[in-house]
Design a protein around this ligand. Structure first.
Ligand SMILES: [Zn+2]
Ligand SMILES: [Zn+2]
Length: 89
């Protein structure tokens, strides 16, 4: 496992800077099949490069309730609320 290896711009050979980590790509277009990416920017040519998110522990903020939870899991608070709604009928 090479953790957090430096990513270099292919044209400038400069170390890319991480702009966004675990960004949910495609969420605006596809509800399912979200892909999380790390967005890097080259400080030299300002080229943007995307990499599949490396970390297993990517946290996302739930758009419904604002709870921060693991990107690979459903929001526990929303799941609980849905269950309570169903019972409280
Ligand atoms: Zn560059
Ligand atoms: Zn939620």
């Amino acid at each position: 496992m090479n953790k957090m290896a430096e990513k270099l711009c292919p044209s400038c050979k400069k170390a890319l800077k991480l702009r966004e980590s675990g960004y949910p790509m495609g969420s605006a277009f596809l509800k399912a099949d979200r892909v999380h990416v790390d967005i890097y920017e080259c400080p030299e040519c300002h080229g943007i490069r995307l990499y599949a998110a490396e970390s297993d522990s990517n946290m996302v903020t739930c758009p419904k309730c604002g709870t921060v939870h693991n990107a690979k899991e459903a929001c526990a608070v929303c799941a609980l609320n849905a269950a309570l709604d169903a019972e409280g009928k």
